[in-house]
Design a binder for this molecule. Structure first.
Ligand code: IMP
Length: 428
């Protein structure tokens, strides 16, 4: 069976932690989109592990698959693999799709230069080359992992790409051209490190599932950063939503059994773009400080605000969420009142669904309901029934407003700080 975990907001919802929690029940953990723009933090026995490319399942000793929907930066991947080995993980569990696209040095340069060109309309990208590499993939210029394993054709492809890209770098962006020989030498060295892990992951996953394997699909980024479903153009260049699993792995929708959304008990966003419930005041600062809201991939401070149930309803709908895992609820402890947006005032109208027109979305102002806060430290509570009444009320209200039950609650960063409210998630 296949269970999908997706971010229900703008990313950084704590997906790595939930993947790690559920990986214990899975045979295989798969990432299906994105690249090193993602950052997943997992705390095990007080030790923090940060992953950008490798699925969090590696920490649970599970086969971990980088599927063809991902964009692979080989240098970063090798560094990460070495870090994981040093932390005691079994590196031989990693599988990399031969059809995954490579991030090339010019993708990262173009990412930065294009942001500069956008000026005040910049997207706030992570600078990891994701947009330019995805564009090359769609334009049929991409270089894939399988190319890296065939040195002659790889070198030729790099030469062809630089005939096209170097004039852009020099004439449009005023930066130095790149040397195809130097890039080829560098990348072919990486190929020897990666070769033992490369295989046809479409076959691997489908055959394993035919034989009864349970597979956990780990989304990166979040629904509102989806190229098609999110706050375009302030989005990433892939499909983090559940549909992305099928195109990004070759596993058909008929093999997927459940989709769980991960949502923070408040909202954060890194990068630019509309964010109706953003708090640019003391409360926003408090959330950032208490929630340690700084990006894993780039270290940037995250924008913080109240939970937005308009966003969650959109997420429930487009992902087909069976349940929601609400994370970091402990961060809200000590707030006298807690607000949740249940609709928007938007150009003289009140709307309670996410508007497709992004111009309208930018003009939306949240309408809030206010709930009682709580003072208790809840980080040691392990049963829902033992939580203060105000916490239980908050959790129930979020589920009702979102239109999907809260099935898991995270009260702290540790593996043991996850409460299972409804045992709907079963990988076995
Ligand atoms: P890109 O994916 O680097 O092209 O960045 C596009 C947008 O997505 C920017 O606003 C980034 O800040 C945001 N973004 C990309 N990856 C993540 C992530 O893992 N968490 C949160 N935001 C992200």
């Amino acid at each position: 069976m296949g269970v999908v975990l997706v971010g229900a907001q703008w990313g950084d919802e704590g997906k790595g932690k939930m993947t790690d929690f559920l990986a214990a029940q899975a045979d295989i953990v798969v990432r299906y989109q994105g690249g090193a723009n993602a950052g997943h933090t997992i705390v095990i026995s007080g030790v923090e592990h940060k992953l950008n490319l490798i699925p969090s399942g590696i920490l649970a000793g599970k086969m971990s698959v980088i599927a063809h929907g991902m964009m692979v930066d080989p240098r970063l991947l090798i560094d990460e693999l070495e870090r994981m080995e040093a932390a005691g993980c079994n590196a031989s569990l990693l599988r990399i799709s031969d059809a995954a696209h490579l991030i090339m040095p010019y993708h990262k340069i173009l990412d930065v230069e294009e942001e500069r060109l956008r000026g005040v309309n910049s997207l706030g990208t992570t600078g990891r080359g994701i947009g330019p590499a995805s564009r090359d993939k769609a334009a049929r210029w991409g270089i894939r992992v399988s190319d890296l394993l065939r040195p002659e054709s790889f070198v030729e492809k790099v030469h062809v790409q630089l005939r096209r890209v170097n004039p852009l770098l020099e004439k449009i962006y005023g930066v130095d051209p790149l040397d195809p020989e130097a890039i080829s030498r560098e990348y072919l060295e990486y190929s020897e490190h990666l070769r033992p892990h490369v295989c046809d992951t479409i076959l691997l996953l489908n055959r394993s599932m035919e034989q009864g394997a349970s597979v956990l699909f780990e989304g990166a980024q979040g629904t509102m950063l989806d190229l098609d479903m999110g706050t375009y153009p302030y989005v990433t260049s892939s499909n983090p939503t559940s549909g992305g699993v099928c195109t990004g792995t070759g596993v058909p929708p008929t093999r997927l059994s459940q989709v769980i959304g991960i949502a923070k008990a408040y909202t954060t966003r890194v990068g630019d773009g509309p964010f109706p419930t953003e708090l640019q005041d003391h409360t926003g600062d408090l959330l950032r400080q208490r929630g340690n809201e700084y990006g894993t991939a780039t270290g940037r401070p995250r924008r913080c605000g109240w939970l937005d149930s308009v966003v969650l309803r959109h997420s429930v709908r487009v992902n087909g969420l069976d349940g929601i895992c609400l994370t970091k609820i402990d961060v809200l402890s000590g707030m006298e009142k807690i607000k949740v947006a249940d609709s928007y005032a938007c150009n003289d109208a009140v709307i309670d669904e996410f508007p497709l027109d992004q111009g309208a979305f930018a003009d939306c102002h949240p309408e809030y309901i206010e709930l009682a806060g709580w003072d208790e430290d809840i980080s040691r509570v392990r049963r829902f029934a033992d939580l203060p009444g105000a916490v239980r009320n908050y959790v129930r209200t979020v589920g009702e407003l979102a239109g999907a039950p809260v099935t898991h609650l995270s009260v702290g960063p540790g593996r043991e700080q996850t409460l299972e409210l409804e045992p709907i998630l079963r990988l076995r």
